[in-house]
Design a protein around this ligand. Structure first.
Ligand code: SF4
Length: 448
């Protein structure tokens, strides 16, 4: 019996990617096969992104292409939860031939839709999938989503209206998934959520059990437990989307001790207290410069990654200068900067004194110019040092790897060049000890 084949188009952020992984895992568990072309698929699922206008358009185009090339299309993801100004479902308005639409994180609804339009086969032998599920990332790294949704209401963001309030996964489930991933050969686990520091708030930090021991549903205990399991497998754990609440200080010693990577992705978005208040950012009262300096004292090797927005409504020249001064002092290692882009449905659109687009862009360019010098200086300081890197790609002339300071997709890379030890062949997914020989503002070069 031929198994029904499902094509899958996955768009959006790592959180959407994890949703895709869970759907594909379930499909495979039930005996469906995945098709790598529209013509080879009996049905196509498109996982969409609805964050900014460009992402909405990309998602609508992808749905249109799937309808044209295949015809049977189910849509899931953030755009599925989005309405237009008249309150109509955006996807159904543009593409009325779509079979069904769900919002994000809707595994059960998506599977029900698949069962309706492509009934599942009854072959128990096809129900076998690896314990770690099906991953869309390379075999040596994986994202671990610890919660869904967000309790904050940042004025520029509509994620809570699409994904709902924070729902933390049980700690035992998270730990089991992490261990299965390490067993399957994952060498780097990237912890993601909308707000990693808030893990467990919704369940009042309920106590769960892992390996027969009580563990609280709390960021510090989770990171400690992940560090212990990672050590057994010689793997890395990297933390993303951490807001600078006081308890974050408790994970820095774990980084200093090498239990988890000395890397903290803290999306600050701005430095001026008035802008942060208008943004309604979590932890906006924290003295971030002092926190960053304290983290660096506790863990001198720590890499701080952050993102910032320029030209948020009402941002004055003086508030922007405050941001530049902050960046000069903080010397963030890895920085992303976006010119403010109004998102339909976000309350920030109602704020007075919007900043003209050319000013938003010009301020962004000034931030990036400043950051280029900071980044160059900080990477230059690593030249001559030895460090461990993880190989993502191997070619005849060397390899492309990442150090503890480089998350996949968003940070720089380390180009590893010969000479290697005699007879040594590099392999994707292996750790290599290298010496840094050169650096620019983004990447480094090294010898194995
Ligand atoms: S913390 Fe703010 S920006 Fe992040 S998901 Fe929640 S509301 Fe959106």
């Amino acid at each position: 019996m031929d198994s029904p084949k499902v094509g899958f188009v996955s768009l959006g952020c790592p959180k959407a990617l994890v949703d895709s992984e869970q759907i594909i895992t379930q499909l495979r568990a039930e005996g469906y096969e995945t098709a790598n072309s529209y013509s080879g698929a009996d049905l196509v699922i498109v996982n969409t992104c609805g964050f900014i206008d460009a992402a909405v358009q990309e998602s609508l185009d992808a749905i249109g292409e799937a309808l044209h090339e295949n015809g049977k299309v189910i849509v899931t993801g953030c755009l599925g939860a989005k309405k237009d100004a008249a309150g109509n479902d955006i996807i159904q308005s543009v593409h009325p031939k779509v079979l069904e639409v769900t919002g994000p994180h809707a595994l059960t609804e998506v599977m029900s839709a698949v069962h309706r339009h492509l009934p599942k086969p009854h072959d128990p032998f096809l129900d076998l999938v690896p314990a770690q599920g099906i991953k869309l990332t390379p075999k040596h790294f994986a994202y671990l989503k610890i919660s869904e949704g967000c309790n904050h209401r940042c004025s520029f963001c509509i994620i809570p209206s699409m994904r709902g309030d924070l729902v933390s996964r049980p700690i035992a489930d998270v730990m089991l998934e992490a261990e299965n991933l390490f067993k399957a050969g994952v060498k780097e686990l990237l912890v993601i959520s909308q707000d990693t520091s808030a893990y467990g708030v919704d369940v009042k930090f309920r106590t769960g059990f892992w390996n027969g021991k009580p563990v609280k549903t709390h960021m510090t205990q989770l990171v400690t437990a992940l560090g212990e399991v990672a050590a057994q497998y010689g793997a890395w754990v990297r933390l993303h989307y951490v807001y600078p609440y006081p308890h974050v200080d408790d994970v820095i010693p774990l980084m200093a001790d090498g239990k988890v990577l000395p890397y903290l992705d803290v999306p600050l978005q701005h430095a001026h207290p008035d802008v942060l208040k208008r943004m309604k950012r979590p932890a906006n009262g924290e003295k971030n410069i002092e926190r960053i300096q304290a983290w660096r004292r506790m863990c001198p090797d720590i890499t701080i990654r952050s993102t910032f927005i320029t030209g948020f409504p009402g941002e004055t020249e003086q508030e922007f200068d405050y941001l530049l001064d902050f960046l000069k002092e903080a010397e963030i290692d890895r920085l992303g900067c976006f010119a403010y882009s109004p998102v339909e449905g976000a309350s920030a659109n109602e704020l007075p004194n919007p900043v003209p687009e050319e000013v938003r862009e010009e301020r962004r360019a000034r931030v990036m110019e400043l950051q280029e010098g900071i980044s160059r200086k900080r990477l230059q300081a690593k030249v001559g040092k030895s460090m461990r890197v993880l190989l993502d790609e191997v070619t005849a002339s060397g390899g492309t790897a990442r150090s503890a300071a480089d998350a996949p997709e968003i940070d720089g890379v380390v180009y590893v060049k010969p000479p290697y030890e005699p007879g040594r062949k590099l392999k994707v997914g292996e750790f290599v000890d290298v010496r840094i020989t050169a650096a620019d503002a983004h990447d480094m070069w090294a010898e194995a």
